[in-house]
Design a protein around this ligand. Structure first.
Ligand code: GLA
Length: 415
């Protein structure tokens, strides 16, 4: 071989080998709007198996949830078997006798996508095998199985570096060649919002949600402390500058339909939409009440979450437990949510003078006294005229009012 050919052959060989020194990019364009789907953890914990996951996939379609955009069917912790002699991860043959590839095929045949779970440490939070030392091998296995979404947890990581550990798995997923949404789950411990934009598509900002609206109990010791909706809301709200298309703050999966009151469920769902949160259902979608289904399938409310501008909303004013939240939407529209944190109902005066605002992130102003806006009430579905005269509204305890405000003359918006 002459020297030119040798150099060429070496270059081709180098290009075709996975690169371990320089880093790959994350898979782009997978989460331009916050991911939507379902996960097994909140309702079932480790009590999962092939038959029930298939039934869930069936119900996602028959209930209309899939049509609303909930496409990921994600298996959380406790699907694992042991590694084989070569170190390949296997699923529990007791729980998943047909194997993960067959389950992924089943889910894909329904037009849905398949998600799985692992951990950056030696063991998952439930003590199953973690991916530490097997990152490239596991990523290849997931790609072979047809996985579309990986939630990657942070238990049993000793003194591992979080950014390095997540970057390693990102590179492994890229090298495996199948586009996979990468969900970072280290509970906000090392401020992933500051470093994970190039690494994952979403990152948990807090500890685990519990099915509780308000829980500020600290249990002490090593006991894992589940957070209520309000505690998570307050931790996630200040992080809005870090969220955007392809990289979202994740205030954890939904507890709608798992036991809170209908008002609380509606408020929880609405606030997650106002925060452009991933909408990962956590209830048993095979047996939803009509109220739960009405909340989860309200397309007008989902559209607030999925708005293509991709800007997380914020708490504008808070008075006596009544909060006014804004979220800028495409075409100079706005979502306005009035949230009553109190247990008792509150009568409030909506004064449009008071609700004039400017958003530094989208660099857009909302001036209802200068520009006319129409109001659609997204929970009643009714058009409610213009945002001109002040109005008095009553908001039940732990409930919300949610409006979409649309400029009447968009072409001539005055500054
Ligand atoms: C951690 C995560 C949860 C869930 C469990 C599974 O607590 O934060 O969302 O995945 O592990 O063991």
């Amino acid at each position: 071989m002459n020297s030119k050919l040798t150099i060429c052959a070496l270059a081709i060989a180098a290009l075709s080998m996975p690169s371990f020194s320089s880093h790959a990019q994350k898979w782009e364009d997978l989460a331009k709007t916050p991911p939507m789907g379902w996960s097994s953890w909140n309702k079932f914990g480790g009590n999962i198996n092939e038959a029930s996951i298939k039934e869930i996939a069936d119900a996602m379609v028959s209930s209309g949830l899939a049509d609303c955009g909930y496409v990921y069917v994600n298996i959380d912790d406790c699907w694992h078997g042991q590694r084989d002699a070569e170190g390949n991860i296997q699923c529990s043959t007791e729980k998943f006798p047909s194997g993960m590839k067959a389950l992924a095929d089943y889910i894909h045949d329904k037009g849905l996508k398949f998600g799985i779970y692992s951990d950056a440490g030696c063991k998952t939070c439930a003590g199953e095998p973690g991916s530490l030392g097997h990152e490239y091998q596991d990523a290849q296995t997931y790609a072979r199985w047809g996985v579309d979404y990986l939630k990657y947890d942070w238990c049993n990581t000793a003194d591992q570096n979080s950014k390095g550990s997540y970057r390693l798995m990102r590179d492994a997923l890229r090298a495996a060649g199948r586009p996979i949404v990468f969900s970072i789950c280290e509970w906000g411990s090392s401020k992933p919002w500051e470093w994970a934009q190039e690494i994952g598509h979403l990152w948990r900002t807090t500890g685990d949600i519990g099915c509780m609206f308000d829980n500020d109990k600290v249990y002490g010791g090593n006991y894992w402390n589940p957070l209520g909706v309000l505690q998570i809301l307050d931790k996630n709200e200040p992080l809005r500058q870090y969220a955007g298309p392809g990289h979202w703050n994740d205030p954890d999966m939904l507890e709608v339909g798992n036991g809170m009151s209908v008002n609380e469920d509606r408020a929880h769902f609405t606030l997650w939409c106002m925060m452009a949160a991933p909408l990962i259902l956590g209830n048993d979608v095979r047996s939803m009440s009509d109220e739960t289904k009405a909340i989860l399938t309200n397309r007008d409310v989902i559209a607030v979450d999925q708005d293509e501008l991709g800007v997380q909303g914020w708490r504008f004013i808070s008075r006596e437990g009544v909060e006014y939240w804004f979220k800028p939407l495409v075409d100079d529209q706005w979502a306005l949510c009035v949230f009553n944190r109190n247990r008792e109902s509150k009568k409030v005066d909506l004064d449009w003078n008071d609700l004039t605002t400017y958003d530094v992130i989208s660099q857009r102003a909302f001036k209802p006294t200068v520009n006319a806006y129409t109001i659609k009430n997204l929970w009643t579905g009714k058009d409610e005229g213009k945002a001109d005269k002040n109005r008095t509204v009553t908001i039940p305890g732990r409930d919300v009012l949610l409006y979409r405000l649309t400029p009447v003359d968009r072409a001539n918006l005055k500054p």
